[in-house]
Ligand binder design. Structure first.
Ligand code: PLP
Length: 405
């Protein structure tokens, strides 16, 4: 019998956020075991609801959304995103520079496919949101990871970035606010990255899907606002800020010096045309979502769920002997460090699997985020405090006897 193998293009592609540990959890659930899930940034199942007006608006418009839209998206959606770009001081943006997508995910894939020839290099953070590395690799490019430094609030290490630039480096990716660390980069850090990109003529891709989930009175700055002379692509969407990850709506904004990227932009247009358009009902609510009540603002202040859950998980986990963490400032993730010597850890995936099998807690190991050492894991703190409390208690209990051999 003929056997069908996956394409060799996938040989080096990793996407462990939904990988083997998650598959084991699904098997356990299918067998009737209840698993505490701290593994995925999907707000709705944890009781976060989108504002009613967004739902009513989609319902009212549904019959007008039966056909395809223009490839880049509905005018009303793109106009609202353009105004959002203006508020964020992103320069030189017209409606034509905005593309909607089935989530930011589709647009990341599109941008990498349109840019990278075999062997072209792109700088991607480590740890990263692994879709960036996966899409760059799938496109034939080489993902070169620059270190984000835990000792400096998880900010990008500028010396490491500089060291890793070669004549084949085409672009740098930034994830700000960051998944998985929860870091938020201040203006000075962004300015340094702009200086490097300017010096080496790099495109800046900035994934800002968490830009409205920023705590402690901090301000989110779009790096594109600091780089009018460079070509920048800024990504955001409604999955996280409006708790509608299932509707699949995201966008990208091309800005700055578009002249130098004219040919690349032709490629982006072609790929955008080829997928016809993104989900039209989800596009139809962008204007209401961006302009209306921002319910997310209630969650990120003292007394709000995301804020209080962060306080709880940070204190509870850093209380466990052998665990340390940088307190996250944004999004809903934390990336704690685990003392590998104390627990004899050589494989972080095994650590995650052992914890899952013994305590029924699902976390993603640091390796799933292209982190090179087995000494971190990611926690999603979307579940309610009662659930976080149970998980932290079980983790503490597990670690009181754990030693990986
Ligand atoms: N970028 C980052 C940093 C993310 O964390 C995620 C989802 O978790 C995405 C992009 C994908 O978002 P979307 O739902 O818009 O595809």
């Amino acid at each position: 019998m003929r056997e069908f193998k996956k394409s060799s293009k996938l040989d080096n592609v990793l996407y462990d956020v939904r990988g083997p540990v998650v598959e084991e959890a699904s098997r356990m659930e299918a067998a009737g075991t209840q698993v505490l899930k701290l593994n995925i940034g999907n707000p709705a199942p944890f009781g976060f609801r989108t504002p009613d007006e967004v739902i009513y608006d989609m319902r009212d418009q549904l019959t007008d959304c039966e056909g395809y839209s223009a490839s880049k998206g509905l005018f009303s959606a793109r106009k609202a995103i353009m105004q959002y770009a203006q508020l964020k001081k992103i320069p030189n943006v017209s409606v034509e520079d905005i593309y909607t997508g089935n989530g930011v995910s589709e647009l990341i894939n599109l941008c990498m496919s349109a840019l990278l020839d075999n062997g072209d290099e792109i700088l991607i953070p480590s740890p990263d949101y692994p879709l960036w590395t996966a899409c760059a690799t799938l496109a034939g490019g080489k993902a070169v990871h620059y270190i984000c430094d835990e000792k400096s609030e998880w900010y990008p290490d500028m010396d490491d970035i500089r060291k890793k630039i070669t004549s084949r480096t085409k672009a740098i990716v930034l994830i700000n606010p960051n998944n998985p660390t929860g870091a938020l980069y201040p203006r000075e850090v962004l300015q340094e990255i702009v200086n490097i990109a300017r010096e080496h003529q790099l495109i800046i891709f900035s994934d800002e899907i968490y830009d409205r989930l920023v705590m402690d009175g901090q301000e989110h700055v779009s790096i594109a606002s600091l780089a009018p002379d460079l070509f920048c692509v800024t990504f955001s969407g409604l999955s996280k800020s409006h708790m509608i990850a299932g509707f699949r709506i995201g966008w990208m904004i091309l800005s700055g010096n578009k002249r130098i990227a004219a040919d690349y932009i032709e490629g982006l247009k072609m790929l955008s045309n080829m997928r016809l358009c993104s989900n039209v009902p989800a596009q139809s609510i962008v204007q209401t979502a961006l302009g209306g009540h921002q319910s997310v603002n209630d969650y990120i202040v003292p007394g709000g769920r995301i804020y209080e859950q962060r306080e709880y998980i940070y204190n509870a986990l850093t209380d466990i002997p052998g665990i340390t963490a940088v307190k996250p400032k944004a999004a809903f993730y934390m990336f704690p460090k685990i003392d590998v010597k104390k627990f004899g850890i050589v494989s972080d995936e095994k650590f995650a699997l052992d914890l899952l099998r013994e305590k029924k807690i699902l976390l993603v190991h640091g390796g799933g985020f292209n982190w090179g050492q087995p000494d971190h894991f990611r926690v999603v703190y979307l579940p309610r405090i009662e659930v976080l409390k149970e998980a932290a208690g079980k983790l503490k209990d597990f670690l009181s006897t754990y030693h990986q051999s």
